[in-house]
Design a protein around this ligand. Structure first.
Ligand code: TYD
Length: 200
């Protein structure tokens, strides 16, 4: 009835990508689709290392960028591509746009083009959805006291602006995540179902 589809959910910290990925998976499964949910940093060894580095302010942004790219390379080859080939809808909680945005806003040495270059061997999503959130709301939603290095208001503002610019340039979908979960999820589901209808 349908071909495989690769969906990436993106957005600033606490935009709710994880919650919405899970809800979307449940919704699509209830419609009879085979769904594979994954996330980045991934669960492979590089992904685990990257997650450790998120707490460490001494890791240079260039190292972060290279490791995120290595993690993605392995993640795409060993997991995502295989599942797409088996006819699954793959939902990734963050993907290449996270690197383009988060790594390039951190250093003048890191250009969008360089991040694209080091990520050029992976397949791109069919749909990229940016969950847009006001950083003030995002930080208020955070319960933990120990913030990761990327969770500072000025940084999140830069992240938000670049996501919005990228969305315009690349025709990504933008959905406001300032609303309640049900409304946001409903918009995501409508978008994905329409895309699936166009494929069949
Ligand atoms: P995570 O705990 O998964 O946060 P969230 O639930 O908000 O996604 O941490 C992922 C963090 O890593 C997040 O701050 C974004 C950052 N990140 C990058 O900087 N580059 C990347 O390529 C990816 C995938 C994530």
């Amino acid at each position: 009835m349908h071909e495989s589809l690769f969906i990436a959910l993106e957005g600033g910290d606490a935009a709710g990508t994880t919650t919405h990925c899970h809800l979307l998976k449940g919704f699509l499964e209830s419609k009879g689709f085979k769904v594979y949910l994954t996330q980045e940093p991934s669960s492979n060894k590089i992904g685990i290392l990257v997650r450790e580095f998120l707490k460490n302010k001494d890791i240079p942004p260039t190292t972060d960028a290279l490791l995120f790219a290595a993690d993605r390379d392995l993640h795409y080859r060993n997991e995502i591509k295989k599942k797409l080939d088996e006819g699954y809808i793959v939902i990734s909680d963050r993907y290449i746009e996270s690197s383009i945005v988060y790594q390039s806003v951190q250093s003048d040495n890191i250009s969008v083009d360089w991040v694209k270059e080091i990520n050029k061997f992976v397949g791109l999503p069919d749909i990229t959805i940016i969950l847009d959130i006001d950083p003030k709301i995002a930080l208020a939603r955070k319960e933990t006291e120990e913030l990761e290095k990327f969770e500072v208001s000025s940084f999140l503002n830069k992240v938000r602006n670049l996501y919005l610019t990228r969305a315009k340039d690349e025709n990504y979908y933008i959905i406001s995540s300032d609303d309640i979960i049900e409304i946001v999820q409903d918009k995501i589901q409508t978008l994905v179902i329409n895309k699936l209808k166009n494929l069949s």
